[in-house]
Design a protein. Structure first.
Length: 78
């Protein structure tokens, strides 16, 4: 399962548009008391983090999964 990691260090750089979530990382093992071991897919490095710093990563499998809905104002004669 892929998860993004909350980067608490980014509060040193003020900026409203900068995302505090980095990743995604791959969950390799879950330990008791909310500890999760994650792996960086780029470097292969693993490290342990609190499960409170993670959230579920949602990704689309392909462009066929994207649905487009165009909204228009109703015409006066309808």
């Amino acid at each position: 399962m892929k998860v993004p990691l909350y980067d608490s260090k980014l509060h040193l750089f003020p900026g409203q548009l900068r995302s505090r979530w980095i990743g995604p990382y791959i969950v390799s093992q879950v330990f008791p008391y909310g500890v999760v071991e994650v792996q960086d897919p780029k470097s292969g490095a693993t490290f342990k983090v609190s499960s409170q710093c993670l959230k579920q990563f949602l990704e689309l499998r392909s462009l066929a999964d994207v649905e487009c809905l165009i909204l228009r104002e109703p015409s006066p004669n309808q």
